[in-house]
Design a protein around this ligand. Structure first.
Ligand SMILES: O=c1ccn([C@@H]2O[C@H](COP(=O)(O)O)[C@@H](O)[C@H]2O)c(=O)[nH]1
Length: 270
């Protein structure tokens, strides 16, 4: 399999630069006229991929909404990941894992191994235990042609204090950006960042970054493609904008129109 970076570049060149979030939360199920139950979860999550699977480059299932239904919900997630593969799109599983190395190796097997039923093309990871603790997942991702996105500057206001806090002269977010950038040439540029779309001041400089930047917070959290273009400047070219409720939150009938609108807007990102 070619590298994650190559597959991402090829697919976004062909389908446009948008990652649609698959967040089948109760309000979304309601908007889709579905029950807040396992059947509703499956109809909504698989319906999103059925409608958009060949139009969109990347889908980001949010693991929390599947885990909420226990093992039956996780089985739905496995089917959603398979649907995404069958549609020729990339899956970016939002699980925000982070632990000491030995446990991180377990997570890597769960999400990045070619034989795992929960395998995704990329996952989100947390660097709170140190970027170095992510090494087993990075090794696995590179070897398997998969990717990781490391939380650097998240979209939520609560992240501000910890991520813009300064240690040894640089912000925590900048430390994450710089550490990933330094490793990326040896990692096939498979490691990206999560940097939210909601900030007027990022609190870190991503202009020299050398991987993909996942940018959540568009729509429901107040960010726009236009604000991403303004705030990220030249680094906009690296951005993979992602939106969940903005695309899926008004029911199945609105899906294609809402995704198409964001895809058109994302052409501004260069
Ligand atoms: O910094 C972050 C990291 C991840 N997320 C996740 O993205 C989606 C956003 O949903 P919207 O409906 O588009 O607001 C959700 O799954 C979050 O857990 C984030 O928002 N911010």
């Amino acid at each position: 399999m070619s590298s994650y970076r190559t597959r991402l570049e090829e697919l976004t060149a062909a389908r446009g630069r948008l990652c649609v979030g698959v967040d089948p939360m109760p309000s979304v199920l309601e908007a889709w006229d579905l029950g807040r139950d396992l059947a509703g979860l499956e109809a909504c999550a698989r319906g999103i991929v059925e409608e958009l699977g060949e139009k969109v480059a990347v889908f980001k299932p949010q693991s929390a909404f599947f885990e909420a239904f226990g093992s039956a919900g996780v089985a739905v997630l496995e089917r959603v990941l398979a649907d995404i593969r069958d549609a020729g799109a990339l899956s970016l599983l939002d699980v925000k894992r982070g632990d000491i190395g030995s446990s991180m190796a377990g997570y890597a097997s769960a999400y990045l191994d070619d034989h795992s039923p929960l395998r995704a093309d990329a996952i989100t990871v947390s660097p709170y235990l140190g970027v170095g603790s992510l090494a087993p997942a990075i090794e696995k991702a590179v070897a398997a042609g998969r990717g990781l996105y490391v939380l650097a500057r998240t979209s939520n206001p609560d992240g501000h204090a910890i991520q813009t806090g300064v240690v040894d002269g640089v912000s925590v977010a900048q430390h994450v950006v710089d550490t990933v950038a330094a490793g990326n040439p040896g990692w096939d540029h498979a490691v990206g960042l999560v940097v939210g779309a909601t900030h007027e001041d990022l609190g870190c400089d991503v202009s020299g970054f050398n991987g993909s930047i996942l940018t959540p917070g568009i729509g429901a959290q107040g960010g726009t493609i236009e604000s991403v273009r303004r705030v990220f400047g030249d680094a906009s070219a690296l951005v993979l904008p992602t939106a969940s409720r903005e695309v899926i939150g008004a029911g199945r009938g609105q899906l294609v129109a809402r995704a198409t609108r964001l895809l058109e807007q994302s052409e501004q990102l260069g």
